[in-house]
Design a protein around this ligand. Structure first.
Ligand code: ADP
Length: 268
């Protein structure tokens, strides 16, 4: 549809992304096949940054939707709105992406209810169609349209998981926190700190990751390490920076907090 400004969804500047394995090559092949892709991994390990980087590299528009449990199918597909001239149809982000040939990135898709998630089904098989039932229109996806979802297997519970019929529509790439040397490089670059400081932050994080399942739901993410580095870069002393960016966001439990503070103090 000509009235949608496709260019606004293009990523103009190269996002910084440090490849970890063969994910760039794998994604490019999947994109060439317009295969739906699932990025699996813990929060803050680089999934969203990777999609931004790939969209930039390919030159494809990117439309990102942060999923949540209150989201309805209409939030994705679109709805009629009332204005002074009567009712007017407004496309949702999924419909816009299908029309203009964008990569549609559904972040944390498991947060959405299953009856919402199923609207993507006809777009993820050979049909590549999106029925707008309320409007009485069948949208045929643009040849460049691709759907990408992120999924954190750690959150898996009986209440919140993707149906097999949804999962089995995607090729999946595993993400995890990078190895210490790569993560150090990322933290130094993104947080504008020297390598020695980044290295210590990564060591603190690795300690916390060993506590996953032993009082912590998740270890410290790369994102939090970047936050800590940024505070240190602003002149905050490392212990306070780590308390604010690494320890307090992770846990409310006083014992666990003391354990993590002690880990920080052994490095800084
Ligand atoms: P996710 O989508 O997995 O929750 P993000 O992509 O938002 O996580 O990553 C969080 C932050 O970590 C990014 O903003 C970036 O600063 C940093 N980061 C993580 N992995 C990488 C990587 N491989 N290359 C560059 N930056 C990274």
């Amino acid at each position: 549809m000509s009235e949608i400004d496709r260019d606004q969804y293009l990523i103009k500047d190269e996002p910084y992304y440090r490849p970890v394995q063969n994910e760039v090559v794998m994604y490019e092949a999947a994109y060439d096949a317009r295969m739906p892709v699932m990025l699996k991994g813990p929060t803050g390990c680089g999934k969203s940054r990777f999609v931004e980087y790939m969209a930039w590299k390919i030159g494809a528009p990117l439309i990102t939707v942060a999923c949540n449990e209150d989201m309805t199918a209409s939030d994705l597909v679109g709805r009629f709105l009332l204005d002074i001239n009567g009712t007017k149809w407004q496309d949702g982000p999924l419909t816009v992406a299908a029309r203009i040939g964008a990569i549609c990135y559904l972040d944390e898709v498991v947060e959405a209810r299953q009856d919402t998630t199923v609207v993507i089904h006809p777009l993820t098989d050979h049909r590549r169609q999106l029925p707008l039932e309320k409007k009485g229109e069948l949208v045929h996806a643009h040849p460049d349209f691709q759907i990408v979802i992120s999924y954190n297997p750690g959150y898996q519970s009986l209440m919140k998981d993707l149906k097999q019929s949804t999962k089995q529509r995607f090729g999946a790439l595993d993400f995890d926190y990078p190895s210490a040397d790569i993560e150090t490089e990322i933290v130094a670059h993104e947080g504008h700190v020297d390598k020695a400081t980044a290295e210590k932050l990564v060591q603190v994080a690795q300690r916390s990751r060993n506590l996953k399942g032993h009082g912590l739901d998740e270890g410290m993410s790369t994102r939090l390490l970047v936050y800590a580095a940024q505070l240190i870069g602003k002149g905050i002393d490392p212990q306070s920076a780590c308390r604010m960016a690494l320890v307090r966001p992770l846990t409310d439990d006083p014992d666990m907090r003391d354990t993590l503070d002690a880990a920080v103090n052994t490095y800084f």
